[in-house]
Design a protein around this ligand. Structure first.
Ligand code: ATP
Ligand code: MG
Length: 428
């Protein structure tokens, strides 16, 4: 009976070897950039108590209301696959005392949201996440935004627009929320169903709506800037001046509020016009109240998250440099196979950095040489009965026209290292 085919889950993606290599090279560039700015990795788990998101991201958000993947944990507590990283990082920071003092951290990995899959929108996607905990800004706000811009520059991502806004502190937010509720209440007949349900509990989120029919109404809504406390207004002015000073262009978008509950003061997004409706590549903001909300002392903090899938659609990566390797062609019976495996092990010990592929599965000389050619290796190393008796190996440059030469086995490592001096580090 034929087996039943099982396909991947909707909205998740396989990364084939070639793509995975590209991802790794891009991730390497991003990580180097973050570390050069003093950010250090903080790996937090993929599983968290669902409560964590309820108390941080917020009860009235799409993420918590309909997008989390959850399962029953022990003692009846619900466990969630993380939909974002900030909450977990703050939880972890509190558990390990990182909220004391100042810490710049980054985290990378998969996030999970049950959304409608489409281009640039997956159910398992990946983020780079950066958080600066214990910093009040606005200096760090500018540094963090400039850091995102530098990541884009190093990956050859061009043409992004930076949008910026300030949501003020809690008093500003409360006053603005009331004023928005009033405004939208006056136009309640023009609200779509989603917005109507947000009206009472979280009218700010109406501004996040993607419904084009709501655009006019949202455009006419009152500005948060009229409600900013003097300290928040000053913070925002200072941040703009800092960005001006380094020549980072931005546009103040008074409608930018970000959907999550934990933001205060600075919020920002880097937008592209090249990915259709999925236009945000990086988004973040300040969350001065979150540490306290999760049980810690008042602690200012700010962070951003960058979507790796969207980032890589826009990136122009340099060609991957392939290290020049050797392909072992083995022509003979078990004595040759044993000698071949021993030779492979010897090369791997003596020439770190040299890719060594051993032909497996037997076959004649022509077939094995064909495999060697396709493998991408620079050299074929040929071993048969004759070479075994003579204690030599045939060395053929697969890219040149030159004939095969016989090299004594004990000299092979030195010869290969000498030939690929520039690509192979010598630890000998
Ligand atoms: P969007 O407006 O596109 O839904 P968001 O505001 O929900 O984005 P954040 O929670 O701020 O996104 O996450 C930061 C970044 O993560 C986004 O800017 C985007 O690049 C990426 N991202 C978010 N959700 C997804 C998803 N479902 N699939 C792929 N990337 C995503
Ligand atoms: Mg979203």
């Amino acid at each position: 009976m034929p087996g039943k085919s099982v396909q991947s889950v909707r909205g998740v993606r396989d990364l084939l070897p070639e793509d995975a290599a590209l991802w790794r090279s891009a991730e390497g560039i991003v990580i180097r950039t973050l570390e050069e700015h003093g950010y250090r990795e903080f790996r937090v788990p993929v599983l968290e108590h669902a409560d964590l998101y309820l108390h941080s991201v917020g009860e009235d958000t799409d993420i918590v209301q309909k997008e989390m993947y959850t399962t029953q944990g022990s003692k009846g507590r619900i466990i969630a696959l993380r939909p974002e990283a900030t909450a977990g990082i703050v939880r972890g920071a509190l558990e390990h005392g990182l909220h004391r003092g100042r810490h710049r951290v980054w985290c990378a990995g998969p996030m999970f949201r049950r959304e409608r899959p489409q281009r640039g929108r997956l159910r398992q996607f990946h983020q780079f996440d950066v958080e600066a905990i214990g910093f009040a800004g606005p200096d760090i706000d500018a540094e963090l935004i400039a850091l995102a811009a530098r990541v884009f520059a190093r990956l050859g991502v061009e043409g992004l627009a930076l949008e910026l806004n300030s949501l003020g502190g809690p008093t500003c937010r409360a006053a603005y929320r009331d004023r928005l509720r009033e405004y939208f209440n006056d136009h309640v007949k023009s609200l779509d169903a989603d917005s109507r349900s947000r009206l009472e509990r979280n009218p700010l989120r109406i501004l996040d709506s993607r419904n084009p029919e709501m655009a006019g109404l949202i455009g006419g809504a009152p500005d948060v800037s009229e409600f900013l406390e003097p300290e928040s207004a000053e913070h925002f002015a200072e941040l703009r001046a800092l960005l001006d000073a380094i020549g980072l262009e931005f546009r103040v978008n008074p409608r930018l509020v970000r959907g999550l509950d934990y933001y205060s003061r600075t919020v920002f997004e880097f937008l592209t016009d090249r990915l259709g409706a999925q236009n945000a590549v990086c988004a973040g903001g300040r969350y001065d109240g979150l540490v306290e909300q999760l049980g810690g002392p008042p602690t200012p903090a700010i962070g951003w998250a960058m979507g790796v899938e969207r980032l890589l659609e826009l990136a122009r990566l340099p060609e991957l440099a392939v290290a020049e390797g050797a392909y072992l062609v083995l022509l003979g019976d078990s004595a040759v196979l044993q000698a071949g495996l021993k030779l492979a092990e010897k090369l791997r010990s003596e020439c770190p950095g040299l890719p060594v592929l051993m032909h497996c599965g037997g076959g004649g000389a022509r077939a094995q040489m064909r495999h060697a050619g396709r493998s991408g290796a620079r050299y074929a190393l040929v071993m048969g009965e004759r070479e075994l008796d003579a204690g030599t190996v045939g060395l053929k440059d697969l890219r040149g026209e030159s004939e095969q030469t016989e090299i004594p086995i004990q000299e092979l490592s030195r010869v290969l290292r000498g030939r690929s001096d520039r690509t192979i580090p010598d630890h000998g």
